[in-house]
Design a protein around this ligand. Structure first.
Ligand code: 13P
Ligand code: SF4
Length: 330
C-alpha cells in the first residue's frame, strides 16, 4: 500500500517532540511541512530558541551543523546529507593555506581576522573561532565586517569571493581574491576563491534583456551573485530581504529576482520573474524529498535515527564561539 507522506509527516510531527526546519530553497512540498522557515540567520536564531529536543533539518549540511553547534543538547538529523557546493570548496587545510598566504606576504597571523560565511563546514568555523574570528550570513555581513574592521586587522573572508567583494565594495573597502596576483598588504578584505555555482548563472545579459523588455523593471539579487551583477541591480539582499523587498513593491511593479528558483517561484505570482534563461535550481537543496522527510521522522519514532549530526567536542567549542560572536551582534 502506498504511504500518504503528507498525512504521515503530520501525524509524526504531532506525536514526536520534534521541530521540522526548512530553508527557503527547499522544494515547495517539503517547505510546506516545516514548522520553522527562514534564511540561514533566522533559522540559526529560531532553532536556538526552540524547545523541542529533536530537529529535523531540511536544508544543507552546514545549516544542520550550525544548529548542533549552537544547541549541542539537541538531536539534529537531516533527511538528506546534502552538502552546499560552495561550503565544499574550503576545508581546514585550504583555510590554513589561506592564512599562510597572508603570512608569507608579510602580514602577521595576529593581525588577521578571519570571517567565514555560514556556508562553510563546521571544521572551518572552528578554525576561525580559534583565531579570534567569527561567522556571518548574507543578512548580517555588512555589520560583521564593520565590526571586524574595528580590530584594525586585515580581514580574511572565506569561502565566498562574491559575498566578500560585494560587501567590501558597498563599504568602499579594497578587496582582492587569493590567487589574483594582488598584494594583500594593499587590501582591507582578502577573499578566498569560492563561489556559488547557482548564483553564477545570472549574467549582465539577463539584466539587459529584462531592462530592454520592461524599461521600468527592478532587478533584485542575492549577494552571492557576481559583483558585476550586484553593481547593476537595484537591490541586493539575503533570501529574507529579497522576500520583504518584493512583498513591499506595488503589485504592478515588475521585478526580476536573481536567486534560487524555488524561492522566486514562491514569491507573489504577478509581475515577478526569474532573472535567468536557465532554471537556477540548487541541486543540493533540491535533494530532499517528502519521502526523505517522512523517513527521517519515522526513524525517530522507530528509535533508530538516520543521518544524525555528530561533532567532536573541540570543533563544537570553537565553532560555537565563532557562531555566538555573530549572534551577539544585533
Ligand atoms: P541565506 O543566508 O540568504 O538564506 O542564503 C543561504 C544560501 O545558501 C544562499 O545560496
Ligand atoms: Fe550552496 Fe549555492 Fe545551494 Fe546556497 S544556492 S546552498 S550557496 S550551492
Amino acid at each position: 500500500m502506498d504511504i500518504d507522506y503528507k498525512n504521515e509527516i503530520k501525524r509524526l510531527k504531532q506525536e514526536l517532540p520534534v521541530t521540522v526546519v526548512g530553508h527557503y530553497y527547499q522544494r515547495d512540498e517539503v517547505f510546506d511541512m516545516a514548522d520553522i522557515t527562514g534564511d540561514s540567520l533566522e533559522l540559526a536564531r529560531k532553532c536556538k530558541a526552540d524547545k523541542n529536543p529533536w530537529v529535523v533539518f531540511c536544508g544543507v549540511g552546514f545549516m544542520g551543523q550550525s544548529v548542533k553547534v549552537i544547541a549541542p543538547h539537541k538531536r539534529v538529523i537531516m533527511p538528506k546529507m546534502a552538502c552546499c557546493a560552495m561550503a565544499k570548496m574550503i576545508d581546514g587545510v585550504t583555510f590554513d593555506q589561506s592564512v599562510d598566504f597572508m603570512v608569507k606576504a608579510g602580514i602577521k597571523k595576529e593581525n588577521i581576522l578571519p570571517i567565514t560565511y555560514i556556508n562553510s563546514d563546521v571544521s572551518v568555523k572552528s578554525k576561525v573561532g580559534e583565531m579570534g574570528g567569527l561567522v556571518c550570513t548574507s543578512s548580517n555581513a555588512f555589520k560583521i565586517i564593520e565590526k571586524g574592521l574595528e580590530s584594525g586587522k586585515k580581514i580574511l573572508f572565506v569561502p565566498d569571493r562574491c559575498l566578500g567583494q560585494n560587501f567590501a565594495n558597498s563599504m568602499e573597502l579594497k578587496s582582492c581574491i587569493i590567487g589574483d596576483n594582488q598584494d594583500p598588504n594593499n587590501c582591507d578584505v582578502i577573499c578566498y576563491d569560492g563561489f556559488c555555482s547557482v548564483h553564477q548563472l545570472f549574467t549582465v545579459e539577463d539584466i539587459e534583456f529584462y531592462r530592454e523588455k520592461y524599461p521600468n523593471i527592478l532587478i533584485a539579487v542575492h549577494p552571492e551573485c557576481d559583483p558585476k551583477i550586484v553593481e547593476k541591480a537595484d537591490f541586493s539582499g539575503s533570501t529574507s530581504m529579497l522576500i520583504k523587498y518584493v512583498n513591499e513593491l506595488d503589485i504592478n511593479q515588475k521585478v526580476a529576482v536573481g536567486t534560487e528558483y524555488n524561492l522566486v517561484n514562491r514569491m507573489r505570482e504577478k509581475n515577478t520573474f526569474v532573472l535567468s534563461s536557465t532554471k537556477p535550481e540548487c541541486p543540493t537543496m533540491n535533494e530532499t524529498t517528502l519521502e526523505d522527510l517522512y523517513l527521517a521522522l519515522k526513524s525517530i519514532e522507530d528509535n533508530n535515527p538516520i543521518n544524525e549530526i555528530a561533532i567532536d567536542e573541540h570543533t563544537t567549542k570553537w565553532a560555537n564561539i565563532a557562531l555566538e560572536r555573530m549572534l551577539d551582534i544585533k
